[in-house]
Design a protein around this ligand. Structure first.
Ligand code: FES
Length: 109
């Protein structure tokens, strides 16, 4: 399925071990930096729609939601508490100090 990339934010805005909530056109995403590798998911949390990036805690590949402490893998999207609440993940690219997030052509957020 084809996808396209949209500019998200400067790479420096998401330091190693960090996360950031970014509005990209109609989409709100969380970008994570895990050991220098960037990942992106939909934000808010799929459980009760609290921001993962603003209230969560990132520990390696796992973001723990600040509301009810559910854990999600930011690389795979897996939700460890309930498989029915997985995160939507997005491809991430970087070029010339800028992060780009990929969206599929039939994307709905
Ligand atoms: S809102 Fe995130 S775990 Fe409940």
């Amino acid at each position: 399925m084809p996808y396209y990339f949209l500019e998200a934010c400067p790479v420096d805005d998401v330091p190693e071990g960090g996360k950031r909530r970014v509005q990209i056109e109609d989409y709100t995403v969380a970008i994570y930096n895990v050991g220098g590798v960037l990942y992106a998911s939909g934000d808010p949390c799929p459980h009760e729609r609290v921001s993962l990036a603003d209230g969560g805690t990132l520990n390696g590949e796992v973001i723990t939601c600040g509301a009810h402490r559910w854990d999600f893998n930011v690389r795979t999207g897996e939700c460890y508490e309930d498989k029915g609440f997985c995160l939507k993940t997005h491809p991430v690219g970087r070029k010339d100090g800028v992060i780009y997030v990929g969206f599929w052509t039939d994307e709905e957020e």
